[in-house]
Design a protein around this ligand. Structure first.
Ligand code: NAD
Length: 386
């Protein structure tokens, strides 16, 4: 087999326990004088934001704070944040939080250089001018948004999540400090961890993977499967380290490969019902994985191996099947609710609406097996039975 791929990576990564302490001095090295912290109200209740402001202040820089980010962030808030960034004349946006804060910071940056409605920036449109530099400090493990060139934004009136996709919104710097995971509550650790695992599995099994993203994805699967239960139930230092690293590697993998069917369904569900992104991914992961096995049995068996399943005595098909069971058991063990437990009573019409949105998702063509409205409808109906 001969490989053809290109890979260019615009983000500098600072990884390690305690890295957040250098936030101020790092921003100073970049020559900034005043930055806007983009975060959410929940993070403001933890010591993380006060400490970050202190590190910035100690380095002699000024900061303003925008803490209006909502989960599945909303387009109006991005536009509001951009106006504040312009009024305050900041030199950079510093996202501190999960995917919602990081994606909002990316949208704010794009809007500062391309003023007007955020709707003109959504895919398939691009971001013509590069905006304020973006620095991301993830506090969940997670979305990997600190190393991707996407922002996923909810559009309330359309009940959908739209993507901004352009190298002009790639963060210039990611500061991955595993210590920031210590305050993550168990249900959030579970949902965000399953999100990271989904990124790694879809990056590896989708149609546009490359040897480089495969290597990152397989290592991410192994790190995450080995540490997610410990992150949820014990919050050990080793689990925080491995989950932050796994999420980062998975982010690079899918950011430079793609996601696939699981994300198509999860984003459609989240756009309509505001379902936490990681929970939605986790619900669809084993079902879409099972559906995709015939497209590449060998690759799906390699996922089983990376998950830590002993495949020595198993055929490729048996190994892939064992991975489906593993994914269901893991989600159950860490307390991810099913659609039924979430109290969703989806009618046939609701399911059709989700299938119609999913088939139009930008990542649908990357799924290893052809996704049609009919096949997606069957996958949703399968999820409702769990
Ligand atoms: P989130 O950013 O929505 O945060 C969820 C909650 O977690 C918030 O209430 C926040 O206060 C809390 N929280 C975060 N860190 C914490 C910490 N250390 N301690 C205590 N509480 C903490 O959650 P998320 O799952 O990280 O992000 C989901 C969003 O990211 C979705 O909108 C999804 O579509 C998007 N996403 C983007 C990309 C990308 O590449 N751009 C990839 C995947 C997902």
């Amino acid at each position: 087999m001969s490989s053809h791929f290109s890979f260019q990576f615009p983000t500098k990564i600072e990884f390690g326990s305690g890295k957040i302490k250098y936030l101020g001095s790092i921003l100073k090295e970049y020559g900034y004088h005043k930055v806007m912290i983009v975060t959410d109200p929940g993070l403001c209740q933890t010591p993380i934001i006060d400490q970050a402001q202190e590190y910035i202040q100690k380095a002699g820089l000024q900061s303003v704070i925008f803490h209006d980010v909502l989960p599945n962030p909303h387009s109006e808030d991005c536009e509001k944040g951009a106006l504040i960034a312009q009024k305050e004349k900041v030199d950079a946006v510093v996202a501190i939080g999960g995917g919602s804060s990081m994606d909002t910071a990316k949208a704010i940056s794009a809007l500062t250089a391309n003023p007007g409605s955020i709707h003109t920036l959504f895919y398939p449109n691009t971001v013509p001018q590069k905006g304020l530099p973006i620095i991301c400090v993830p506090t969940t493990a997670g979305t990997g948004s600190e190393v991707t060139m996407f922002a996923v934004i909810s559009v309330t009136e359309k009940q959908s999540k739209e993507s901004i996709l352009d190298t002009n919104i790639a963060p210039i710097l990611a500061i991955n400090d595993p210590d920031l995971l210590k305050s993550v509550p168990p249900s959030l650790a579970a949902a965000t961890g399953m999100d990271a695992l989904t990124h790694a599995i879809e990056a590896y099994t989708c149609k546009v993977s490359s040897p480089l993203t495969d290597a990152l994805a397989l290592h991410a699967i192994s790190l995450i499967s080995g540490s997610l239960r410990d992150l949820v139930y014990q919050k050990t230092t080793a689990a925080c380290h491995d989950m932050m690293l796994g999420s980062l590697l998975a982010g690079i993998a899918f950011g430079y490969s793609d996601v696939a069917g699981v994300h198509c369904l999860a984003e459609s569900l989240g756009g309509i019902y505001n379902t936490p992104h990681g929970v939605a991914n986790s619900i669809f992961l084993p079902i879409v994985f099972q559906f995709n096995i015939p497209a590449d049995v060998k690759k799906h068996s390699q996922v089983a191996k990376a998950l830590g399943i002993d495949i020595a005595q198993k055929s490729d098909r048996e190994s892939a099947q064992a991975a489906v069971i593993y994914l269901k058991t893991l989600a159950n063990d860490i307390g991810i609710p099913t659609l039924r437990e979430l109290g969703y009573h989806l009618t046939e019409q609701d399911c059709i609406k989700i299938a119609q949105k999913s088939v139009k998702n930008v990542s649908a063509p990357s799924n290893p097996r052809l996704l049609t409205e009919e096949s997606l409808l069957l996958l949703i109906q399968e999820a409702l039975k769990q």
